[in-house]
Design a protein around this ligand. Structure first.
Ligand code: CUA
Length: 315
């Protein structure tokens, strides 16, 4: 459905959000009519001086109370279930989604693709393919909002958040920062280009740098000295990272941790927490020495040598 003054409906999420939105609107109009139309009618019928029957009707008030308690309760619970369904759909990205990293900073959006392509304030995606954004912030809270897709997610410093959508229509759509983040907040916006798969491939091939994101991460892994301990683990007692991503690892405090983006991120910044069993907390923190973009590159590298089946180069 496309209405004037209403953002285009260009993702699967948008369709679901609009359905519940218009259902709520229709229901509100219905309730409004039920309350106000009789009210206006009664204003005239029972006006002072008018001859009307003002004696009690003799209807059981208990019956009336029960009806107007239970019917709206069932309607509200139905809406709750429907809303929860849309919410979970919106919050849980499908496993096979195309992964794109988005880093917000005052006042721009920097975007990293797994193949190595990078963009600023522009996001190119193929149509009819689920896209999962991993969002990080260099400074303050931002929020990544694409009205045409009906998705919005806060981008919070110190952690990753995610947002996903499946665009359904080729076209160009606006995205905005929707969390006030300083003087140029209003300028922190850009365009999503939803392309046919062939055009998307073409775009990607045109701007493809020599290194993929994982390869940039591997370079960084050497430059920052990570490989000194994690590769030549004969001299320093540090765990090897091959096959680690996606696994459940035992920690020195007896608990387990799932090695995901969050775990790797925390381990680079706060290595003294969640130390793997059998190792000493000797790794230095890289807090303040590594940018969000570099963190995402390192994670892409560790993921590429991890246990996840998404990496084709893995035997
Ligand atoms: Cu970033 Cu507002």
């Amino acid at each position: 459905m496309n209405l004037p003054f209403f953002p285009p409906e260009a993702s699967t999420t948008a369709t679901r959000v609009d359905e519940i939105y218009f259902a709520l609107l229709a229901l509100s109009v219905l309730v409004l009519a039920i309350v106000f139309l009789p009210m206006i009618y009664f204003l005239f019928k029972y006006r002072r001086g008018k001859k009307a029957n003002r004696r009690p009707l003799g209807v059981s008030t208990m019956k009336i109370e029960l009806i107007w308690t239970f019917i709206p309760t069932f309607i509200a619970m139905g809406l709750f279930a429907w809303g929860a369904d849309v919410y979970f759909y919106q919050e849980i990205p499908p496993a096979n989604a195309l992964e794109v990293n988005v880093v917000g900073k005052q006042w721009m959006w920097k975007i990293q693709h797994q193949e190595g392509n990078r963009e600023i304030n522009e996001l190119h995606v193929p149509v009819n393919r689920a896209v999962k954004l991993t969002l990080a912030s260099e400074d303050v809270i931002h929020s990544f909002y694409v009205p045409a897709f009906r998705v919005k997610q806060d981008v919070v410093p110190g952690r990753f958040t995610t947002e996903w959508f499946t665009p359904t229509r080729v076209g160009v759509y606006r995205f905005y920062c929707s969390e006030y983040c300083g003087a140029d907040h209003a300028k922190m916006r850009g365009l999503v280009y939803v392309m046919a798969p062939a055009q998307y491939e073409e775009w990607q091939a045109e701007g493809r740098p020599p290194d993929t994101l994982a390869q940039s991460g591997e370079k960084l892994f050497r430059e920052m000295g990570c490989s000194g301990c994690h590769v030549n683990s004969f001299t320093v007692h540090a765990p090897p990272l091959e096959g680690l991503y996606g696994k459940l690892v035992p920690l020195s405090d007896g608990t387990f941790a799932h090695v995901d983006d969050k775990y790797v991120r925390d381990h680079i910044l706060i290595p003294a927490s969640e130390v793997p069993a059998g190792y000493q907390p000797i790794m230095p923190s890289f807090e303040g020495r590594i940018s969000e973009e570099q963190l995402l590159e390192l994670i892409a590298y560790i993921k590429s040598i991890g246990a996840e089946p998404t990496n084709p180069s893995q035997p």
